[in-house]
Design a protein around this ligand. Structure first.
Ligand code: FPP
Length: 252
């Protein structure tokens, strides 16, 4: 994970989103929850278009949490079908637009057919250097930190790493998304103000923005509102404003 710059460019390099509110959107229309998820998939496309247009380098979307496996069987099954269809339908077009796709999370929990499609999408788009799109699926921030800790332990056990060399960088390098800068901006739709086990480590200094809009209601104006908020923030990364001023002048 690249280190943080002290100045805040107007456009975030990395945007991370919790796409919440699909179920409520459908329930308000007296429709099954899966109708909300389908509408949510359309909002994903809008969001990707927006990021490409704005020159955002990386977009990470929370599509399915470790805890979402506990939802009613019918909803989980319908979501799996939706993921399969979206992969089938969208990957060629995303590839054509130079988008690199990857999946983060415990993929062993998905069916072999979905895992195969995930791998195929990653392979097909691996060389693309446009938008870096990461889909967090069967993902939890605690799982991510745990698997990084396990990798550290394995390296120590194998004699590749000394315990005294374990530091924040060593752990960061073993997390998912280690090659991307940490998210500059986090957005959550749907009105809840919590992180819900998303990128717990990565969000340490991320600017947070919440909206009441439900995910299927997403439009470019809402996303622009989040970017405007971001551009107005002074990011101090634990320093004082006075300390940052000369650093910012030197990067202008
Ligand atoms: C949270 O809303 C949303 C999900 C658990 C699923 C997200 C899936 C999509 C946006 C569709 C497809 C995505 C991809 C990447 C193809 P919720 O169901 O918790 O809503 P609620 O809080 O209103 O119940």
């Amino acid at each position: 994970m690249a280190s943080c710059a002290t100045s805040s460019p107007a456009i975030p390099r990395h945007l991370a989103i919790i796409m919440d509110g699909n179920g409520r959107w459908a329930e308000r229309r007296h429709r099954p929850r899966i109708v909300g998820h389908r509408a949510g998939a359309r909002a994903v496309n809008l969001c990707i278009d927006f990021c490409i247009l704005k020159g955002i380098q990386a977009l990470t979307l929370f599509a399915f949490s470790s805890e979402n496996w506990g939802r009613p069987e019918g909803e989980v099954g319908a979501l799996m079908k939706l993921f399969m269809n979206a992969l089938e339908r969208e990957v060629d077009e995303l590839d054509r637009r130079d988008v690199r796709i990857r999946f983060i999370g415990e993929r062993e929990r998905f069916s072999p057919a979905i895992v195969a499609r995930m791998q195929a999408a990653e392979l097909q788009t691996a060389a693309n250097d446009g938008l870096q799109l990461s889909i967090a699926a069967s993902y939890g921030g605690r799982w991510d930190i745990t698997q990084a800790a396990r990798a550290l332990a394995a390296d120590v056990a194998a004699g590749r790493l000394r315990v005294e060399d374990i530091d924040e960088d060593a752990l960061t390098r073993r997390l998912t998304l280690a090659d991307l800068p940490p998210p500059d901006l986090f957005i959550r739709t749907g009105g809840e103000m919590r992180i819900s086990n998303f990128l717990l480590w990565h969000l340490a200094y991320t600017e947070l923005w919440f909206t009441e809009a439900l995910w299927p209601e997403l439009d470019a104006a809402t996303l622009q509102g989040a970017l405007d908020h971001y551009a107005s923030r002074e990011r101090r990364f634990g320093l004082t404003g006075a300390q940052l001023a000369p650093l910012q002048e030197s990067t202008e």
